[in-house]
Design a protein. Structure first.
Length: 376
């Protein structure tokens, strides 16, 4: 090789090496990423009341459907719809004239029957001594006695007719059979009403008021397993505190009690219907309202709790991310229990005072070092 060419190549390589060395010295070494910041909460321990909630509806304690018991034309409505009324208050009136005429006719027939009965009694009294004197035959006396009995029966029948006519006349004044709130009338003045024309209105007793809600079959089985003795179970049901949560989320101010569970599990719902009773002195609750019935079943003592957002579910199992004293994350499986507000009771897998991640779960993995902040 030409010595001049060799010298040029060596010089070129030396220049490239110098440039590479200079460029490499100009770049600082890559810095490691800082640990991600996550928000943590302490595992707390307290005595916690255990509540169960079910969706239900309200209904009147008694709902009396008002119907006409005789046929006729409505001539008056004697109540204001929505008013509080008392038992015996008049609600509607049916034209009484045909029924008054029927009563008058029945009363006349009763008077005739009583007159005939009086004559028959006199005949028997007159004929009885005549038979002894053989002034008349025994057959004539027997006929007089028979006529007396028939006249007496006719009087009883006529009295029954009068009572029936009086009852029908009374039925033209339609009254409330209970205390309560009168609903909107479904019939109008001038309508021809009768026993087969349907309801005229409804009156409901709403103080107290009933709530109906459906308890799942599994919850019922759990309850019977806890109280296998029927008397003990019935006594515990009476002592349960039932609360109402209204549609806007507010808690009703008066507590109630369970009055009765239904006799059977619904074949289509798989649930048992429960009836509870609540005081309603201000009539703020009305039949038909949707509610949530909340029942306190027990108090769990020393329960461990974490915020619900700290618990992750994966294929039917639950886990939390625990941050230890060295700020290292450990994914810990747990067994969860009941929920209490925004907290979840942990049956096993955690200890009091541990810290669990509540925000930033998507940033972490098992064994990762983190920067925990505690805002709880």
């Amino acid at each position: 090789m030409n010595p001049f060419k060799k010298t040029a190549i060596e010089a070129l390589f030396a220049s490239l090496a110098l440039l590479c060395f200079a460029g490499c010295r100009g770049k600082p070494p890559l810095a490691s990423a800082p640990p991600p910041t996550v928000q943590v909460a302490n595992v707390t321990q307290a005595d916690v009341p255990i509540y169960h909630e079910w969706v239900g509806t309200l209904d009147g304690l008694v709902n009396a459907t008002i119907r006409a018991q005789v046929s006729g034309y409505l001539i008056a409505q004697d109540y204001h719809e929505g008013d509080t009324i008392k038992k015996g208050d008049r609600l509607f009136e049916i034209d009484p004239r045909p029924f008054q005429a029927a009563l008058d006719q029945a009363s006349g027939q009763l008077a005739q029957a009583e007159a005939q009965y009086g004559k028959a009694e006199l005949d028997v009294k007159r004929d009885t001594p005549l038979v002894k004197d053989r002034a008349i035959s025994q057959e004539e006396l027997d006929n007089a006695i028979q006529a007396d009995l028939e006249a007496k029966a006719a009087v009883l029948s006529a009295k029954a007719q009068v009572e029936a006519a009086q009852l029908n006349l009374d039925f033209t004044k339609i009254v409330s059979p209970i205390d309560g709130i009168a609903g909107i009338a479904t019939a109008q003045i001038g309508d021809l009403v009768g026993p087969t024309t349907g309801e005229l209105a409804t009156v409901s007793t709403i103080d107290p008021i009933k709530a109906y809600y459906d308890v799942t079959e599994q919850a019922y089985i759990n309850f019977t397993n806890r109280f296998p003795n029927e008397n003990e179970r019935s006594e515990h049901l009476k002592q349960l505190d039932v609360q109402l949560i209204l549609a806007d989320g507010t808690l009703y101010s008066h507590g109630g009690h369970i009055s009765a569970p239904d006799r059977q599990i619904g074949t289509t719902t798989g649930a048992i219907r429960v009836e509870a009773v609540f005081p309603n002195p201000d009539h703020t609750l009305r039949p038909g309202q949707f509610i949530r019935a909340r029942v306190k079943f027990e108090t769990k003592h020393g329960a461990l709790m974490v915020p619900q957002q700290a618990v992750s579910e994966l294929q039917g199992t639950y886990q939390v991310a625990v941050v230890d004293a060295n700020k290292i994350v450990h994914i810990q499986p747990v067994r969860v229990g009941e929920r209490n507000g925004d907290l979840w009771i942990i049956e096993s897998g955690l200890a009091p005072g541990q810290q669990v991640v509540v925000e930033g779960l998507q940033k972490i993995r098992d064994g990762l070092t983190v920067n925990p902040t505690n805002n709880h």
